[in-house]
Write a protein that binds this ligand. Structure first.
Ligand SMILES: [Zn+2]
Ligand SMILES: [Zn+2]
Length: 220
């Protein structure tokens, strides 16, 4: 599986293109800018077939490229059902950051509930519901390749903020615990902002994760 990373827009959002080289089947995660359409059209010319655009959550910096990309490549847009409202409100904040989008431009074609698994080329991709940063945040996990796209739930050395609409620190803690249980230590983490990481690094260095693990110990 190839991973292409584009840091785009005023918040340097990581937009990922991942594709199976054998099947030439591709997926876009968190398209943060319409500028991506140029790059993506080149990839389509090179033979990549994009079936899905998936946002890890509804914040405007993660969905701003949906409008142009959906038109350019004809892929369907997927979002967790609990983030449609967050997306709607986030589009209003977006105007202050220079994003110019209406809900109609980015309305999802399909709503995830969490727990789905789909194929990308020869690999299974799991949709893990990880609320906390937003109610409908998801992590996309490819267990066979030990790769996880964590959006704004988990960063290298940090976790997502919980002070925005629908955010909850208690809920985020539960989601992080679930990730610790499900992702092996060798898993590479591809976050919504900043550099990639591994679960091993996060377990040893992420002070939020340490705090959460300490709380679990106290329960025992
Ligand atoms: Zn966010
Ligand atoms: Zn973000």
């Amino acid at each position: 599986m190839k991973v292409l990373t584009y840091a785009v827009g005023p918040l340097s959002t990581n937009s990922y293109v991942i594709y199976d080289e054998e099947f030439m089947e591709a997926l876009i995660i968190d398209p943060g800018s319409n500028e991506l359409a140029i790059e993506i059209e080149e990839l389509v010319k090179a033979g990549l077939n994009f079936s899905k655009i998936i946002a890890t959550h509804g914040h405007v910096d993660h969905i701003a490229g949906v409008k142009d990309l959906r038109k350019a490549i004809g892929a369907k847009f997927f979002l967790h059902k609990l983030d449609v409202e967050v997306m709607d409100v986030s589009l209003d904040w977006g105007w202050e950051l220079g994003y110019r989008l209406e809900l109609e431009d980015v309305r999802p074609d399909y709503l995830y509930e969490g727990g789905e698994t789909f194929r990308l080329g020869s690999y299974d991709v799991e949709v893990i519901h990880t609320p906390g940063h937003t109610p409908g945040s998801i992590v996309l996990n490819i267990p066979a390749l030990k790769m996880a796209f964590t959006g704004d739930t988990l960063f290298r050395g940090s976790v997502g903020r919980t002070d925005l609409m629908g955010g909850s620190w208690d809920t985020l803690k539960e989601s992080i615990r679930e990730l610790i249980g499900r992702l092996s230590v060798d898993t590479i983490i591809y976050p919504g902002h900043g550099p990639s990481s591994t679960m091993r690094y996060e377990l040893a260095n992420n002070r939020f994760i340490k705090l959460i693990l300490k709380e679990v110990k106290h329960l025992w």
